[in-house]
Ligand binder design. Structure first.
Ligand SMILES: [Fe+2]
Ligand SMILES: [Fe+2]
Length: 328
């Protein structure tokens, strides 16, 4: 049987458990939090007072913090790209009656609250140029992304396992930082989002776990493939108004590194966590090629840690239009 057919069979096998996955890893819509729960209520007569307070506290947050928060928000806002990508994965196939499309839609419905909440917070804060942020968001959705997975479900689930954990780390760190600046409300916002990301990470890494049980060699090779080419961030094509795709993503990432929100050593940590979680060292019944992939993977974190130690983050980078005062 071809590799392609085996993957489809494995996806169909897992598809039978979709309802269990949804119950286990997602929260029912009627009980999950909504963005409004953490923002001033515009129907309340204290609304303006609450907004004034929010803006007052936001004044103490520094430049790199805003750049990071804006970059994170834009990354969340490009959700249409991620949903359409996942809907096209082999075994999901855009089929209405397919259990996998139910998963993707339900996951998307949770994710959609993240950009929504952060966007409204940024808008109310008065500290950022919303129009510039909106232009970047529109560009990013128009430009799409290429995460190097193709339509392969195994590679895609490695990517999402990694990426959900990476977003957990960064939202959680932003929450901690906001707290140290005395912004408890923003801290709570980022904590709630981080909580969702962690559940999503648990889900996708469980899918990979189950695939390892039925198709270990191919799953190992897919994991190696993704780690070898490196996980690119979903906002890889970030750009500002009037600019071509350039170094904007790098500058955003430098800001995030400078304030310790997401660093090269986090990348290595996440890789190690995935290796531990999937117990890569214990997987048996591997082909020779997959055994070699396992060896490669087991040594990779230490190798990458040595490289990341040598990385130097520039003390300053481009000034983003996102945080400049609005032009009249
Ligand atoms: Fe998210
Ligand atoms: Fe996520």
């Amino acid at each position: 049987m071809s590799i392609h057919n085996v993957r489809l069979e494995v996806m169909q096998l897992l598809e039978k458990k979709i309802d269990t996955f949804v119950d286990q890893f997602l929260i029912p819509i009627e009980t999950i939090w909504q963005p409004t729960d953490f923002l001033p209520n515009s129907q309340d007569e204290n609304f303006f007072e609450e907004v004034r307070e929010l803006r007052e506290i936001a004044k103490d947050l520094p430049y790199d913090f805003w750049v990071t928060l804006v970059g994170d928000t834009i990354t969340e806002e490009a959700l249409p790209t991620y949903e359409s990508w996942l809907m096209d994965v082999e075994g999901v196939d855009q089929i209405e009656a397919n259990g996998w499309s139910k998963w993707v839609r339900n996951w998307t419905s949770e994710e959609n609250r993240h950009g929504d909440l952060l966007n409204k917070y940024l808008y109310l804060s008065g500290r950022v140029n919303m129009r510039e942020i909106e232009i970047t968001t529109q560009h990013l959705i128009a430009d799409g992304f290429d995460i190097g997975t193709g339509r392969d479900p195994y590679k895609n689930f490695v990517y999402t396992s990694f990426q959900e954990l990476a977003t957990y780390v960064s939202h959680n760190r932003v929450a901690q930082l906001a707290k140290t600046y005395g912004d408890n409300k923003l801290s709570k916002i980022c904590k709630m989002i981080a909580g969702d990301e962690m559940r999503h990470h648990m889900a996708y890494s469980e899918f990979v776990n189950q695939i390892f049980k039925v198709d270990p060699s191919e799953m190992m090779l897919a994991f190696q493939y993704m780690m070898k080419q490196k996980i690119v961030m979903p906002a890889q094509f970030l750009r500002e108004s009037g600019e071509k795709i350039s170094s904007a993503f790098e500058s955003f990432s430098d800001s995030a590194q400078r304030i310790g929100v997401y660093t090269a050593s986090d990348y290595v940590d996440i890789m190690q966590k995935l290796i531990n979680k999937w117990e890569i060292d214990k997987i048996s019944d591997l082909t020779d090629e997959a055994e070699k992939a396992r060896d490669y993977l087991m040594k990779l974190p230490a190798r990458m840690a040595r490289i990341s130690e040598r990385l130097v983050i520039p003390a300053e980078s481009q000034i983003f239009k996102w945080v400049e005062p609005a032009r009249i």
